[in-house]
Design a protein around this ligand. Sequence first.
Ligand code: ZN
Length: 133
Amino acid sequence: MEKIEHIGIAVKNLSNANKVYEKLFGIPPYKEEAVESEGVITSFFKAGPNKIELLEARKPDSPIARFIEKRGEGVHHIAFAVKDIRTEMKRLEKEGFTLLNAEPKAGADNKWVAFLHPKTTTGVLIELCQDRG
Ligand code: ZN
């Protein structure tokens, strides 16, 4: 793994949350993007070398809706950049981590993504992401 690629934060209302983070960082999000497969709309902020992803559920059965129902708004996942997502997925599965998806899927911000179950990562949802190029 190369570095933290971004931190994902679950929010109830993306436009309200955008205003909060715009005040915090002094700049607006650089993009907003719907991810149909996840039933979410996302926005991305850059703070120096760091990236923050805000996620709002757009379907009642989306993982973000379920997360907010259980735990309220807050940090949802930490994403790590990887060079070769398939190789990392194989390695981590061998190490005993539970993958939430068997194949990389198209995520927001032009990435291939895969998730590790928090049950096997001390309670933190971990996302692997590789540039789609
Ligand atoms: Zn993410």
